[in-house]
Design a protein around this ligand. Structure first.
Ligand SMILES: Cc1cc2nc3c(=O)[nH]c(=O)nc-3n(C[C@H](O)[C@H](O)[C@H](O)COP(=O)(O)OP(=O)(O)OC[C@H]3O[C@@H](n4cnc5c(N)ncnc54)[C@H](O)[C@@H]3O)c2cc1C
Length: 545
């Protein structure tokens, strides 16, 4: 296969063992070894590759899985056939119209490079994930990522204005919101694209009630196909809504145009230290009355890890920054001595263009926390507040890299229920987990939206682990379903959660998802086993040791 592809492919094609092994992992607990890794130079390469796969799929069962930075926690960019890596060549800025808050980039651009470009004009893509220093645009879009600012700004789907995508017929298309007239023109086309619009429109119109009733009752959801908002409130038909979050199961995204938002001039952080997790739900509803932009949290185990891995936090800092960083821990140590080591650290951030206004908000919340006798402090601007953000964002990554003999095993890493259910949901979740001493876990997350990242650390050589993972998943997703939540708010289904979609969705909507996949990808050449068709046996067989 390699030699045949090399005949028409301008980019790199390799089947070297070392490369295959590198691409057999993402940030999930899986190992899936591909046959080939390719890095396209441009869309032409991708179009030709898809045509080649179409011509050969009967004989070899070839499929293609897109990969950007490979930080997915669900196994999304893993496949036994061809992996197509966007980061080598397709990583360029195409167009930046800062006055109109618009930017077009290729999917292989790392978010850290993207952030530099837009931040210079005081703009941001507010749905950036905690992995912002590691991940790339293609993954952010294809997972419908969200992060610390999603409480106010929502997830990536809100900011994608248009997409370029190579579909199953091997042609590249622009996808954007269409008026009824534009949609009618598309439907008239006697082509793959025309057929796609016609069938999808029909499917959605014929099943509007089933679709509406199946919508999870939470503020963030990456499970299944995001079919709810394809017909927008202004009547436009917007397939971007469906493609964003589809984990590369519809085609290869080759370009993305985002709407950006201005960065507010001022931000202030109040940190509250909780010794009792039980008060969290009530506390969150109190805090929300003060209209913060972010309410993030991490637990005592995360805090201990930060202490243990202090040298890693210092690594990329110069001498002065190191001193400032270390010095910034004094007030916390003092507070811990006075009030005890906290069980949970709650970070509440306000942003505003008016300095007086932001100081007022901070002061009012601080007064309320003092009234409730909750230890708290307003972080000083700079190193002091940055350290909380660094711990919140980097803890999972440090955990992945460091703990000898054990590894991170994300599998119930992204559950969400409505915040008002947290006081019932969290103790029940805890009851499930306490029966499994094999799972030592950390919790961090987006407390105000009810979305928690529970990351167990396990000894993968323990033969009981695959069974434990399957058993706990079963119980936790049953619990999530009871509260009409979602198995995944941000991290998506991938290999690890696709087999549990049936716990969230009824048979009718699962059938609609299948039909949607079939319309986009009739031969099943894009990222098999994700969103549609995964099974628990595959999970068991591909857990890495
Ligand atoms: C430390 C850490 C923290 C994290 N925090 C968050 C968080 O706060 N919020 C969050 O949402 N996620 C988080 N994640 C998960 C992950 O980092 C994000 O989902 C990220 O956006 C994935 O980007 P990526 O470039 O690494 O994508 P990849 O892992 O390369 O791919 C992700 C999925 O997108 C598909 N894909 C990639 N590029 C394309 C393309 N061009 N066309 C079609 N499909 C494509 C892949 O097939 C795969 O299914 C975290 C991960 C880590 C390791």
């Amino acid at each position: 296969m390699k030699e045949e592809i090399q005949k028409f492919f301008k980019g790199d094609v390799t089947d070297e063992k070392e490369t295959l092994l590198k691409y057999s992992h993402d940030a999930s607990l899986f190992e899936v070894i591909p046959k080939l890794v390719v890095s396209p130079k441009d869309s032409e390469d991708i179009k030709n590759l898809i045509k080649f796969v179409n011509a050969n799929d009967q004989i070899n069962k070839i499929s293609i899985t897109a990969r950007s930075a490979g930080t997915d926690m669900s196994g999304g960019p893993l496949n036994e056939s061809i992996i197509l890596d966007f980061t080598h060549y397709m990583n360029k800025l195409i167009f930046f119209d800062a006055p109109n808050f618009n930017i077009t980039v290729q999917p292989g651009m790392y978010y850290r490079d993207f952030e530099k470009i837009v931040a210079e004009k005081k703009l941001m893509l507010p749905s950036f994930p905690a992995s912002k220093d590691l991940c790339a645009i293609g993954g952010i879009v294809s997972n419908n990522s969200g992060g610390e600012k999603s409480l106010v700004y929502g997830k990536t789907e809100k900011y994608v204005e248009s997409l370029k995508i190579v579909l199953a017929d091997g042609n590249e298309y622009i996808v954007k919101p269409l008026t009824q007239k534009e949609l009618a023109e598309k439907i008239e086309l006697n082509t793959f694209e025309g057929d796609l619009y016609k069938k999808l429109y029909q499917l959605i119109m014929e099943n509007r009630q089933i679709i509406e009733e199946a919508k999870p009752n939470v503020s963030k959801n990456s499970a299944g196909y995001y079919i709810w908002n394809v017909i927008e409130t202004d009547g436009k038909f917007n397939l971007c809504k469906l493609i964003v979050g589809s984990q590369g199961t519809f085609g290869m995204v080759t370009g993305v145009t985002f709407r950006l938002v201005p960065i507010k001039k001022y931000s202030r952080l109040l940190v509250v230290f909780l010794n009792d997790m039980k008060i969290l739900p009530d506390l969150v509803s109190t805090v929300m009355k003060f209209t913060p932009e972010s309410v993030e949290s991490y637990d005592d185990k995360t805090l201990k890890l930060a202490e243990q891995f202090l040298p890693d936090f210092l690594k990329n800092k110069n001498f002065k920054q190191k001193i400032k960083f270390l010095w910034s821990f004094w007030p916390d140590l003092f507070m811990f001595l006075r009030s005890g080591f906290p069980k949970l650290v709650l970070m509440i951030e306000f942003t505003d263009d008016n300095e007086m206004e932001i100081n007022k908000k901070l002061k009012n919340l601080k007064t309320e926390m003092d009234r409730l006798h909750l230890p708290n402090r307003a972080a000083r601007i700079g190193a002091d507040e940055n350290k909380y953000w660094e711990i919140r964002r980097d803890s999972f990554n440090l955990l992945r890299q460091h703990v000898k003999g054990k590894r991170t095993a994300p599998f119930i890493d992204d559950v969400i229920v409505r915040p008002e259910f947290l006081s019932e949901f969290l103790p029940k979740l805890n009851d499930i987990l306490k029966d499994y001493p094999e799972l030592e876990y950390t919790i961090a997350g987006h407390a105000a939206s009810g979305n928690f990242h529970i990351i167990p650390l396990v000894d993968m050589h323990n033969p009981k682990i695959p069974q434990v993972i399957l058993e706990v998943s079963e119980k936790v997703y049953d619990l999530v379903a009871k509260y009409h939540g979602s198995n995944t708010a941000e991290h998506n289904d991938g290999i690890i959660r696709t087999p549990y979609l049936y716990k969230m969705y009824n048979a009718d909507i699962l059938e609609i998802f299948k039909k949607v996949k079939n319309i986009f990808d009739p031969k099943g050449i894009f990222n098999p086993g994700k969103k549609i068709g995964g099974d628990k046996k595959y999970i068991r067989e591909h857990i890495t040791h």
